[in-house]
Design a protein around this ligand. Structure first.
Ligand SMILES: Cc1ncc(COP(=O)(O)O)c(C=O)c1O
Length: 380
């Protein structure tokens, strides 16, 4: 049989490659973005209670209503922003499914989608499989700041969507209020949809404020916000997230959602809804992860790696240019095999694999793991 791939350029993701290499070489795995400590016992118990109390059949297509009410309450509390729980919020199988569904609901052949590189790796294949074209705006280490004139020059009559992501994976940078205002100005009076990937909204450091798309009234009218409970509640394996958008956009989203997922794991939704009744469950994340970032960075301050402290997410980018000229992919592989520590090379997320000689390390790990990782990094 002759198979004509719809995604001929897509192979195994770098996360799978590096995690497999880490396993093979018994390396400390700071490559993939997941915690190596347990999910909250209270949350686990609440999900178990939901199973024992009969939440075992299909949830409503848009999600368990109590959970949607809890999400709507969070947007009021944090951003004074209103989303109608029945019409403007949909629970999804992780942020990845929300992102894929948004793109397939709106992108047609030859539509252009602007995205900022380095970009999380699920955006581009979703655009491609729907016949769209990725229009990259390449950002560079160490600041990954946006040249808004360049963005303006890339907007064309074919531009259908702009994908943004702050706090940003993989760079650990965040967008300022001014960035959001620039985006708002550029897209005002257009039909461009904004896909705002905000999965790290609760992980912002040094008292900075997360600039959610919902804070900007004109942007909000054209935006989908995507979120992930896996990131927020330390259980990436549960794959539960959601998206919010104005009703007219959400109607189109649900037309696709109901036929590729219909609804997601019901007991987890009920358990998360009960857990979220206490806002500290998500408001405490900044402090929790800032302590881990500071521990990691203080431990490697004398190493030969250079860095600017991460502004958000649970990733820290380290510049290794004083150590070697090797490509970031080669160096990441050598670190894993010889030094027993795995990280992600950023070039794989860049246009033409631009290599800024930086690697991404995940610090959502136990203090013990971070101490061991730092010992290795100090020895290089
Ligand atoms: C920027 C970004 N968006 C989306 C996702 C996917 O989230 P989920 O695991 O909920 O699908 C991730 C996960 O690493 C991410 O880093």
């Amino acid at each position: 049989m002759k198979i004509k791939s719809k995604l001929p350029n897509v192979g195994t993701t770098i996360f799978t490659v590096m995690s497999a290499l880490a396993k093979e070489h018994h390396a400390i795995n700071l490559s993939q973005g997941f915690p190596n400590y347990p999910s909250s016992q209270k949350l686990n118990d609440l999900v178990t209670n939901a199973m024992n109390n009969g939440y075992n059949q299909y949830a409503p297509m848009a999600g368990n209503l109590e959970l949607r009410l809890a999400i709507a309450h969070k947007y009021q509390l944090l951003y004074k922003s209103t989303y109608h729980p029945e019409k403007e919020i949909t629970v999804t199988a992780g942020a990845t499914q929300a992102i894929y569904t948004i793109i397939s609901a709106f992108i047609r052949r030859n539509d252009e989608v602007i995205m900022f590189k380095p970009a999380y790796d699920c955006y581009e294949p979703a655009v491609e499989i729907n016949g769209g074209k990725t229009i990259p705006v390449q950002l560079s280490a160490p600041n990954y700041s946006v040249n808004w004139e360049e963005v303006a020059s890339k907007i064309s009559p074919q531009t259908k969507m702009i994908i943004i992501n702050s706090p940003h994976n993989p760079s650990g940078t965040i967008w300022s209020k001014d960035d959001m205002l620039q985006l708002q100005k550029l897209t005002r009076n257009t039909d461009i949809i904004i896909l705002s990937d905000e999965v790290y909204e609760h992980i912002v450091f040094d008292d900075a404020q997360h600039q959610s798309a919902c804070l900007f009234e004109d942007l909000k009218q054209r935006s989908f916000i995507c979120a992930s409970f896996g990131k927020t509640f330390h259980n990436t394996g549960w794959k539960i997230g959601y998206c919010c958008a104005p009703e007219a956009l959400m109607v189109e989203f649900r037309k696709v959602h109901q036929f590729n997922v219909f609804s997601v794991h019901h007991p987890s939704q009920k358990g998360i809804s009960d857990y979220m009744q206490d806002p500290e469950t998500y408001l405490g994340l900044n402090t929790f992860f800032q302590r881990k970032r500071d521990l990691f960075l203080s431990l490697i301050s004398e190493s030969r790696f250079k860095f600017q402290p991460s502004q958000g997410t649970y990733f820290q980018v380290l510049d290794y240019s004083e150590i070697t000229n090797e490509s970031d992919v080669d160096f990441a592989k050598r670190l894993t095999k010889e030094f027993k520590i795995a990280a992600i090379p950023l070039s794989v997320f860049n246009t033409n694999n631009q290599d800024d000689k930086v690697l991404r390390f995940c610090f959502a790990k136990t203090d013990e793991t971070l101490v061991k990782a730092a010992e290795i990094l100090n020895s290089i």
